[in-house]
Design a protein around this ligand. Structure first.
Ligand SMILES: Nc1nc2c(c(=O)[nH]1)N[C@H]1C(S)=C(S)[C@@H](COP(=O)(O)OP(=O)(O)OC[C@H]3O[C@@H](n4cnc5c(N)ncnc54)[C@H](O)[C@@H]3O)O[C@H]1N2
Ligand code: MOO
Length: 396
């Protein structure tokens, strides 16, 4: 059995970064940027008014002063004259500030008559002008690689990028295996259960930018598995669920090896997830997740998500953990790293659920975090800091 860190190294060696593609900016959120976006002009491109009011010259701006209104500058239509002493221009938020002006007096601080304004005693001390290039300059970059957040998209749009170069979405074929499984909504026989894992995994991988196709459930026969694996031939990644342990009906390893899989490893010193397997089948990377629902979801999170990120050009790093205090003591851990379902309390502590059986989805759904116990970690007291992984980012 290898360690979680070594298993992840092997998994990364299965990944080659996918080629880049160009997408309209309106479709780019959540994709991984493959090429820097470079600003072609300053933003704002001109000194712009930050308020609705009157643009004027600094020395003229004083309570009690009277200024002649000589023009109007709405956003999108600049006033091209030059403001002289004793003059002002009616201006609106976002409009270019006319030459000669270095102040915008907000309209609340003025009294307007037909073609004059009087500046009131309430005058504030702000110039209310956004300098040219105050946001970014021509040549500034939004650097790749990065997963594009809505904020990045707004910045790239502002840099005038109509299309962005992003990594192609990894094509993932997801395959549940087992005679006992039916799809949700179907009628299970008395000795059957409903497949659950692949639906969670599909959601997790899609949230990482993958294009996931759910293959029909394979039966525990070499023929059925063989056929299903063939269906995944054009995928970048095949993720199987179940059939990787040592039972007579656990055929995923044998079938994929007969089809030419170069195995990277089988079995990892972790709980849940011990029978994890990975390798390469031709051009397709393959990860064989254990069948128990929690095992597959934990392994999907620890290994497949970092792999999908690496395929999209992001750094090859493990999932980021956060240290949090324990709500209650934990006994010493054994020789396998343990990923314990836990709940974050309002006081910021994490409490492990008493049962950690890897079949219990009710506990997984109630959990917010996994507590990461390293191999042979000693007993831990309440209040001690432990590393945690958020289970469902974006929901807490
Ligand atoms: N003698 C041993 N038996 C087992 C070992 C072992 O080391 N020695 N390891 C155990 C561990 S740990 C795990 S995890 C499981 C994993 O085995 P498989 O990957 O071969 O998974 P299956 O046997 O096919 O299924 C296990 C369990 O999960 C249910 N399952 C499978 N797929 C799904 C699905 N898509 N949705 C919901 N539930 C699923 C399946 O019905 C079984 O109950 O092996 C242990 N055994
Ligand atoms: O470690 Mo297996 O992954 O529980 O149930």
């Amino acid at each position: 059995m290898i360690s979680v860190a070594d298993a992840l190294k092997h998994i990364f060696s299965l990944a080659s970064p996918l080629p880049a593609a160009s997408v309209p900016i309106s479709e780019a959120a959540g994709r991984v940027l493959a090429e820097d976006v470079v600003a072609v002009r300053d933003q704002p491109p001109f000194a712009a008014s930050a308020m609705d009011g009157y643009a004027a010259r600094g020395p003229d701006v004083a309570p009690g002063a009277t200024l002649k209104v000589v023009g109007e500058a709405p956003a999108g239509r600049m006033w091209t004259g030059r403001i002289e002493a004793g003059e002002c221009v009616r201006i609106f938020t976002g409009a270019p500030v006319p030459d000669g002006a270095d102040h915008v007096v907000i309209q609340e601080d003025t009294r307007r008559t037909a073609d004059e304004i009087e500046i009131l005693a309430s005058l504030g001390d702000g110039a209310n002008i956004r300098p040219a290039g105050g946001d970014f300059r021509a040549g500034d970059r939004l650097t790749a690689p990065r997963r594009l957040t809505p904020g990045d998209i707004a910045l790239a749009a502002s840099m005038n990028a109509g299309t962005l170069t992003v990594a192609r979405r990894p094509a993932v074929a997801l395959l549940a295996t087992g005679n006992e499984l039916v799809a949700p909504g179907e009628a299970p026989a008395r000795d059957q259960i409903v497949a659950s894992n692949t639906y969670a995994l599909k959601a997790m991988f899609e949230a990482e930018g993958a294009d996931v196709s759910l293959l029909p459930i394979a039966r525990d026969t070499a023929e059925s598995l063989d056929l299903s694996v063939q269906l995944a031939k054009h995928a970048d990644l095949l993720v199987t669920v179940g059939g990787v342990s040592v039972g007579d009906h656990d055929l995923v390893g044998d079938v994929t090896e007969n089809l030419g899989m170069e195995r990277a490893f089988h079995k990892v010193a972790m709980r849940p997830g011990k029978p994890l397997m990975a390798g390469r089948l031709g051009m397709t990377a393959m990860v064989g997740l254990p069948g128990n629902p929690v095992s597959s979801i934990v392994c999907g999170m620890l290994f497949v998500i970092p792999l999908l990120r690496a395929m999209q050009g992001l750094p090859k790093v493990q999932m980021t953990t956060v240290a949090r205090p324990l709500a209650a003591e934990l006994p010493a851990n054994g020789p396998r790293a343990h990923y314990m379902r836990a709940k974050l309390g309002v006081d910021g502590t994490v409490r492990a659920f008493p049962s950690q059986d890897s079949s219990l989805l009710s506990i997984l759904a109630d959990a917010t975090h996994l507590i990461v116990r390293p191999e042979n970690d000693g007993p831990r007291m309440a209040g001690e800091m432990v590393e945690t992984l958020p289970l469902w980012p974006g929901t807490a």
